[in-house]
Ligand binder design. Structure first.
Ligand SMILES: [Fe+2]
Ligand SMILES: [Fe+2]
Length: 313
């Protein structure tokens, strides 16, 4: 039997769960709650605090979980009483679960659909809650969760920048989805190569560059023949490391507005999440290092977004 990971923040206490919930403990999957049961509030709080257990459902229950989560997202996002924190936590859980599933099984259509839905909800939370972006960027990621947190950050911020650039609705949705999956290829690299994510790009040797660039190829080789992945998503993922000077892995120098936005925000967050520098210092570095890589107009718009969202404090 196959198991699929999920984040406990996507399961609400006191609500009947239409699936069996498992934990992975001492190398085995144990059924934690049975279909039709709910997790009590007290138990739930304990679980969240402990962070020791990982939660799973069986592959068979995936559609049941998805329906449950869609309903919960819908309810929470439209609830007049749910706080911004509740909304942000739920949407982070949905995005995290989706990205983790894509890392584990990038071939799966249901993982991809889940990513699309999570991206839409993330966009919605940010658009309707002025504090949401700040709350998202205020949280630090554990080392194990670095890529997942990075993907969420890029999705949240790129969406905001895309809206500021007045891109069409569909283009913004595509950016939000592509941003969540753009680095799934990193999970396919060797452990030592994965650590390149944390290394400053200016320090990359030619070998580092060659190896790191595989994460783009690896993602594309899996996604390109899937009928549910559109060409615009493929283009965004394949070009997320490209820059206008033509020094990216594909040596592409003509980028669509969407591609340039994703590349810029990706570059910014990789620097931010892997160094001790704050947003102000990172932006300053970028205005020096990235001359010719992004249009000045876009960099300035990006700064305006960071400023307006209170992310430069
Ligand atoms: Fe990347
Ligand atoms: Fe990235």
């Amino acid at each position: 039997m196959g198991y699929t990971p999920l984040r406990i923040s996507t399961v609400k206490p006191g609500r009947e769960l239409p699936f069996d919930l498992y934990i992975f403990f001492k190398e085995t999957y144990l059924c934690y709650t049975n279909r039709g049961a709910a997790i009590e509030d007290e138990k739930y709080l304990k679980l969240k605090k402990q962070k020791i257990a990982k939660f799973y459902i069986t592959e068979k229950d995936e559609p049941n979980y998805q329906r449950f989560l869609d309903q919960l997202l819908n309810e929470t996002m439209n609830s007049p009483t749910a706080t911004t924190d509740e909304k942000v936590n739920l949407v982070e859980g949905a995005c995290g679960t989706a990205v983790e599933r894509m890392q584990k099984d990038p071939e799966s259509e249901s993982s991809y659909r889940m990513t699309q839905n999570a991206a839409k909800s993330l966009r919605q939370v940010i658009a309707n809650n002025p504090d949401a972006l700040k709350k998202i960027f205020g949280k630090k990621a554990s080392d194990a969760d670095l890529i997942i947190k990075h993907s969420l950050n890029v999705s949240a911020l790129a969406t905001k920048l895309a809206e500021k650039c007045r891109l069409e609705d569909k283009e913004v949705d595509d950016i939000a989805t592509a941003a969540l999956i753009h680095d799934v290829g990193i999970a396919k690299l060797e452990k030592s190569e994965q650590d390149l994510f944390k290394k400053d790009k200016k320090q990359y040797s030619n070998d580092d560059k060659r190896l790191y660039n595989f994460h783009v190829k690896d993602a594309i080789s899996v996604l390109k023949d899937k009928p549910w992945v559109t060409k615009s998503i493929i283009d965004l993922v394949i070009n997320h490391e490209e820059v206008l000077s033509g020094h990216g892995p594909n040596k592409k120098s003509k980028l669509s507005k969407s591609e340039e936005i994703l590349s810029l925000v990706n570059n910014y967050d990789k620097r931010l999440i892997t160094s001790d520098k704050g947003p102000k210092a990172v932006i300053k570095d970028m205005t020096i290092d990235e001359v010719g890589n992004y249009s000045l107009e876009l960099i300035n718009k990006f700064k305006e977004v960071l400023e307006a969202e209170g992310l430069l404090e």
